[in-house]
Design a protein around this ligand. Sequence first.
Ligand code: C5P
Length: 216
Amino acid sequence: MSPTFTIAIDGPAGAGKGTLARRLADHYRLNLLDTGLTYRAVAHALLQLGLPLDNVSAAETAARQVDLNKLDRAILSAHAVGEAASKVAVFPTVRRILVEKQREFAKAPPGAVLDGRDIGTVVCPDADIKLYVTASAEVRARRRLAEIESIGGTANFTEILADILRRDERDMGRADSPLKPAADAHLLDTSEMAIEAAFLAARAIIDDVLAKRNNA
Ligand code: C5P
């Protein structure tokens, strides 16, 4: 049996896959990589240098410099960085550099939970478990609004929804590694499901695979 166990989680922004990935990595004691942060790090480097986001060679250089141990979520989680990340994520050469690093991460024992857009389809096509986590755009926009309000901010629902739809279109419509469920992914729609219920549903799927494997 392979010495590593890989859980691939894909889905659109705001579907709850980050929280789910963290809970599963804790529960199964696996390493965790939010691959969105790698694209965000590239975008952030270009923004810092004042370079346009379509400067492919600068984006490639920034991608080569991404250190998976130094991804600073506090800096990279800014909304504008996420928007910029989806622009640099369309470049195949940038993707190839980051995907290579992500695969290396997945290979380290005891294995990992990786979340992103192309984990089950491109980064880890042989993952032991593939989950595709979705929620309607309206639900995702409502969650994002609540999140902003919970930290004392204000935002407009219509603008957030438009933002989410724009990002979905960019992520699902790009030519290289578009966001889509792998053929063998388990679908989890969290529109009407709290994160705890999604966690339990994911555990049931994973425990089933582990039990079959142990009995084989
Ligand atoms: O998940 P997060 O919102 O941090 O991702 C930011 C952007 O990075 C996404 O909108 C997407 O364009 C890109 N991304 C990607 N492939 C991944 C992870 C993120 O293209 N595996």
